[in-house]
Design a binder for this molecule. Structure first.
Ligand SMILES: CC(C)(COP(=O)(O)OP(=O)(O)OC[C@H]1O[C@@H](n2cnc3c(N)ncnc32)[C@H](O)[C@@H]1OP(=O)(O)O)[C@@H](O)C(=O)NCCC(=O)NCCS
Length: 168
């Protein structure tokens, strides 16, 4: 697996993922309804924005020749010596295969060793067993919880907060 910056050629893949209702639900927002060309403008400006670091997760055959984009991760909300992590694995049949666990490990190394931050934060819905497992496997601790109204369906959910500190 590698994490790399997004390119213009990734726009259509990112758009397909942002229109997927299941991914949107777990992300707490409605699937996007704007056109591909409007989305392209948004993505290209966000991917240039230095306050958000976006990564395409690529995985594939062992020899690396057939790697393709399978997901996306972001580091954002840089404050108090840390940042927040977001992640999704796009194709449904590629979830539950260990990809996010590996990607979160790489992102944690990047946060501590390259960005030199002290803490990596994350949150997920209390119903998201897979994401909780990904945090736990990577040495995150649950720091609290809160009520959240999802913009996906305007319903109330419980959100769990996690963090991993340098060296943990
Ligand atoms: C959540 C998500 C990022 C996790 O990525 P992933 O690559 O599927 O996760 P992994 O395969 O690395 O790890 C999942 C863990 O949960 C377990 N798991 C898989 N399906 C599960 C399920 N339905 N219920 C409970 N645990 C489950 C797996 O066994 C694995 O744990 P293990 O390694 O101890 O066996 C991915 O599934 C996804 O993109 N989901 C939709 C979007 C989303 O939820 N994003 C996160 C928003 S905070």
């Amino acid at each position: 697996m590698i994490l790399r910056p997004p390119y213009a050629a990734d726009v259509e893949t990112a758009y397909a993922w942002d229109r997927d209702p299941e991914l949107a639900f777990w992300n707490g927002r409605p699937p996007i309804s704007i056109s591909l060309s409007a989305a392209r403008r948004d993505y290209l400006s966000r991917w240039e924005d230095p306050s958000v670091k976006t990564f395409i997760i690529e995985a594939g055959e062992e020899d690396g020749n057939l790697r393709k984009p399978i997901g996306m991760a972001t580091l954002y909300d840089f404050r108090k010596g840390g940042c927040e992590l977001g992640i999704k694995i796009g194709p449904e049949n590629l979830r539950g295969r260990g990809y996010a666990s590996e990607a979160v490990g790489l992102l944690a190394d990047y946060t501590f060793d390259v960005l030199n931050l002290e803490v990596l934060r994350g949150s997920t819905l209390a119903d998201n067993d897979r994401m909780q497992r990904v945090f736990e496997k990577n040495g995150f601790e649950q720091t609290g919880n809160g009520a959240i109204v999802s913009r996906y369906d305007n319903r109330r959910y419980t959100e769990l907060f996690y963090e991993k500190r340098r060296g943990a």
